[in-house]
Design a protein around this ligand. Structure first.
Ligand code: PMP
Length: 429
């Protein structure tokens, strides 16, 4: 059946009348690739179906959480079983402790963890924590890193903010923006200079320890080690935002893969198994300062929601099976390398950054190691590539500055089909 989008177009018109831009999160509107979005009806395994009946191999996976694929039977069963006993109590459950135990086991840098409802809440709460603990105000973030949409962090941010060229959203008080210092990714000397100038005022440094929101950008080991050393030296806390990378670049995240010990870690996405979740945690000396054990306030009506805890717990337990991460990485490398070869055969410049179960292919002839080099990509070529792939049944993130996410549900057949479409689409560009 050939590609159709009559129903999706109608659905988008209806949505736009009642929802800003027709979507509940900006990137979903496909603006940067110059077409309207398709509306999804269902997902199963590696596939999505839209309301016009088109099917897609999905490499977005709800932007990362679905590392087991859509509607994994055991995750669905856990959610059903839990929902039958009620969907929320606003009171403690043993499920929350069980998920906390699993998370702490995987991330030894943390002794305690607090569940919240999104990645944004996790990073926002982590900022309050590091400011509360140190009594300092300034935060350092890196250009092109996205940490959700809290005021202090929506500054030179990646992902949707980057795609839309709104690095500083209206509505953020200048006084708040003034507490955020922006550094360059993979530039230790630049960070050192910032600490020389502002070191006594810096509460913390927040980083995507492998960046995924300017496309995938991998840190040099010496850079990450240097960030750790500098923060220690100046008494600032180091926050690893592993909302995207946690349980994806390896079970224990970037911190396990690179052997770095952050003070605070933010998680989200995979730990909720596809339901709304976030988490932040760290050493007891910091986490004990959070209410009610300490004075730093943070709360949530639906935090630790039983459905999210059950979905997350089931997901983590399935990820503990031997060989899962080598299999994910094998698939990722196969697809990334296949793409590279096809582009090279066709004489198209391409740069690929790949780690664990995520990668990005940038249409550029330059190495991509920070925001500026990511921006050398040919975004018009990407848009044409995206549209071609979509119409041939491959659902990619609708922006050059996002990652491709692999899941255990992707089969070799899916990957080979995808590469065939890559060949056809790149040829037509
Ligand atoms: N941090 C990172 C690294 C992210 O990738 C994201 C979302 N993509 C967030 C924070 C914000 O998470 P959420 O969208 O759940 O608020």
């Amino acid at each position: 059946m050939s590609f159709q989008d009559v129903r999706s177009c109608k659905a988008f018109e209806r949505a736009k009348a009642v929802i800003p831009g027709g979507v509940n999160s900006p990137v979903r509107a496909f603006r940067s690739v110059g077409r309207d979005p398709v509306f999804i009806e269902r997902g199963e395994g590696s596939h999505l179906w839209d309301i016009d009946g088109n099917s897609y191999i999905d490499y977005v996976g709800s932007w990362g959480p679905l590392i087991l694929g859509h509607a994994h039977p055991e995750v669905v069963e856990a959610i059903k079983r839990t929902a039958e006993r009620g969907t929320s109590y606003g009171a403690p459950t043993e499920l929350e402790t069980e998920l906390a135990v699993e998370v702490l086991r995987a991330y030894p840098s943390m002794n305690q963890v607090r569940m919240v409802n999104s990645g944004t809440e996790a990073t926002m709460s982590a900022l309050r924590l590091v400011r509360g603990v140190t009594g300092r105000n300034k935060i350092v973030k890196f250009e092109g890193c996205y940490h959700g949409h809290a005021d202090s962090l929506l500054i030179k941010a990646g992902s949707g903010a980057l795609t839309f060229g709104v690095p500083n959203s209206p509505g953020i008080p200048a006084a708040t923006a003034g507490t955020t210092v922006v550094a360059r990714y993979n530039d230790l000397e630049g960070l050192r200079e910032i600490f020389r100038q502002d070191g006594e005022e810096i509460a913390g440094v927040i980083i995507e320890p492998v960046a995924g929101n300017m496309g995938v950008v991998i840190p040099e080991r010496s850079f990450l080690e240097g960030v750790r050393e500098l923060t220690r030296q100046y008494g600032a806390l180091l926050i690893f935002d592993e909302v995207m990378t946690g349980f994806r670049v390896s079970y224990g995240g970037v911190q396990e893969r690179f052997g770095i010990d952050p003070d605070i870690t933010c998680l989200g996405k995979i730990i909720g198994g596809g339901l709304p979740v976030g988490a932040y945690g760290g050493k007891t000396e910091y986490m004990s300062q959070i209410a009610p054990s300490g004075p730093i306030y943070q709360a949530g009506t639906l935090s630790g929601n039983p459905l999210a805890m059950a979905a997350g717990l089931t997901t983590l337990r399935l990820l503990q099976k031997p060989g899962v991460y080598s299999e994910l990485e094998r698939k990722t490398n196969y697809l990334a390398e296949g793409l590279r070869k096809i582009a090279e055969e066709q004489g198209l410049p391409i740069w690929i950054n790949s780690v664990g179960a995520m990668f990005s292919a940038f249409f550029t002839d330059q190495p991509v190691k920070d925001f500026a080099s990511a921006c050398t990509s040919d975004v018009e070529r990407f848009a044409a590539y995206f549209k071609g792939m979509l119409e041939r049944g491959v659902y990619l993130a609708p922006s050059q500055y996002e990652a491709v996410f692999l899941s255990l549900a992707h089969t070799d057949e899916d990957l080979n089909y995808t590469l065939e479409q890559v060949r056809a689409v790149l040829k037509s560009l």
